[in-house]
Design a protein around this ligand. Sequence first.
Ligand code: ZN
Length: 318
Amino acid sequence: MPEIPDIEAYIEALRSRVLGQRLLGIRVVSPFLLRTVDPPLEAVAGRRVEGIRRLAKRIVFELAACSGTPEGAAESVPVFLALHLMIAGRLHWKAPRAAVPRKGGLAALDFPDGTLLITEAGTKRRASLHIARGAEALAALDPGGLEVVGSSPAAFEQALRRENHTLKRAFTDPRILSGIGNAYSDEILHRARLSPFKQTQVLTEAEVVRLHGTASAVLTEWAERLRAEARNGFPEKVTASRPEMAVHGRFGAPCPVCGTAVRRIVYADNECDYCPACQTEGRILADRSLSRLLRDDWPTRLDDETCPSGTDRSLDPR
Ligand SMILES: [Zn+2]
């Protein structure tokens, strides 16, 4: 979080505001944000924004050399700002020279017409900003996962089956598939009617093809929806869960397809919301310690409800 559709929405909003504009400077207030030392921050000031695009889950600003840049010929290659918002990082569009908020403020990018604020909720400082000189340095930041939208079913199958993982893990691993996290993996697997804990190497051909089509459709639909919203105003309410979602963030609510209560599994930093009727043939996925206790009875079935009440328990996806 934010995932592809959220990032596409930010990019849509940013293009209309800062594309072609000169970046006057960056005020970095969090010592954890900037992860590179060369090129220095000063090297980006005064450069014009030539492009804004997505690289996996990063928002990338392409900055051209400006006539006013003192660095000379060596700086005539484009310089890229690559911003990763991680879980809790957010962007805000404010008036020119707006102050960086004391609470959660990480940095401000100053443009003639406004200020792009980067904030991060909570106490963990995970959001990162890299400054890369040239396309090669930028490409090194790509974790290498497949961009599902526009990919061929064969490439998708290859990425998915290269290692054996649960579908939930494969969909949220940026080295396997690009730009997908907790929310859209839940939505994709629900629409594809597949268990989040099904192993990728046992998927049938038909399941792989269905999953590829579903993943492309879900990501495209959501990106279009959020981009359209972004055209009406800067995306200030970027949240992992939206009321239009089928299962993600809807623990306990009825599945929109079949009416069964949506279940949730929490493990490590991750969570998984799914519909037992649509996705796991009625099985309720329990955690590993519980499975040890239940042995042969695990996973419990929806129709005999032998598991303790409250389904909010952890499960190691392996
Ligand atoms: Zn259902």
